[in-house]
Design a protein around this ligand. Structure first.
Ligand code: MG
Length: 309
């Protein structure tokens, strides 16, 4: 497809909240379980349709997320909200199932060196492992999301060819995943690349199932969202407050902030069903727990207004 003009953009967007898992996993501090639960419950009240909640990886692998069972048992699950948990293998799926999880995510990448260092597998091995996970999850009636990291650039391989993304996307689509989230893990993508990747992927899976996961490391995340909207993409990942740094650029911003995304979309007349004030309340809470300033520009602008009032 060719890019839509600004007056033809989609009227509604689904915002997928990454703060509790992707965000907190990339924070230096370890958040007490009760505070994670409170944070997720606050986010649940905002109208977000999807919250990435935790990860059923081997507990020793990610010290920030050893409490997956406890978190899933204790959050107040609101009807209409999809609580997604990362699952790396069949053992993780079994733990998720016992915890009453009904939406999972599997994760691989577009480049071999990243996949090797991140999950110690080749891309093909990771896809082979996921085939069993996705099949079992679907047989159980679970909703399945797939992630492709390093879709725009790789910390080890540099710029990533579109064909590499399409190849992995094709394999995940064949497995019957419900949604594919394509990630700019190191935040190097620019709008022209987004148009190229979104255009290529739409020939392989319905655009209604395509999400983008942008990082704002170099300040291009919102511009990339607009480019994706112009390609009719309607699902975007973000984290409240902009939680989560970038392990490949210490000190830099990682995830696009949910408040920044909502501010822009609402200003453009695009509905999300999400209450920005309520997301900001959740961010304020978790910022207090982490005892650090949050990077979201829209969050900080709102907080400054509050101080002046
Ligand atoms: Mg991220």
């Amino acid at each position: 497809m060719s890019a839509l003009s600004l007056s033809q953009l989609p009227v509604r967007v689904k915002v997928c909240e990454m703060g509790p898992r992707d965000g907190l996993q990339n924070e230096a501090g370890i958040v007490p379980t009760s505070d994670k639960i409170r944070y997720i419950d606050l986010l649940s009240q905002s109208g977000l349709a999807l919250i990435e909640t935790t990860s059923f990886v081997r507990p020793s692998a990610i010290p920030q997320l050893t409490d997956a069972e406890e978190v899933m048992a204790s959050i107040d699950r609101k009807p209409g909200v999809t609580y997604v948990c990362l699952v790396p293998n069949v053992r993780g799926l079994e733990r998720a199932r016992v915890s009453g999880v009904n939406a999972i995510a599997v994760f691989t990448a577009a480049t071999e060196s990243f996949t090797k260092r991140n999950i110690n597998m080749t891309i093909d091995d990771s896809l082979a492992a996921f085939r069993d996970v996705v099949k079992a999850a679907r047989a159980d009636g679970m909703w399945v999301r797939g992630y492709i990291s390093t879709a725009f650039g790789c910390p080890y391989e540099g710029r990533v060819p579109v064909e590499a993304v399409v190849r992995v996307a094709d394999r995940l689509a064949e497995m019957g995943i419900d949604e594919l989230s394509v990630g700019d893990t190191i935040g190097v993508g620019t709008p022209n690349q987004v148009v190229e990747v979104a255009g290529a992927l739409q020939e392989h899976l319905p655009v209604e199932r395509l999400a983008f996961h942008f990082h704002d490391t170099r300040g291009t995340a919102l511009a990339n969202v607009v480019a994706a909207l112009q390609m009719n993409v309607t699902i975007f990942d973000s984290s409240s407050g902009g939680l989560g740094g970038c392990p490949y650029a210490p000190g830099a911003t990682g995830n696009l902030a949910t408040e920044d995304l909502l501010y822009m979309l609402h200003g453009m007349g695009i509905e999300t069903g999400v209450d920005l004030e309520k997301v900001r309340n959740a961010s304020r809470f978790i910022g207090g727990v982490l005892q650090r300033d949050l990077v979201s520009r829209a969050y900080n602008a709102l907080e400054a207004q509050l101080l002046r009032a």
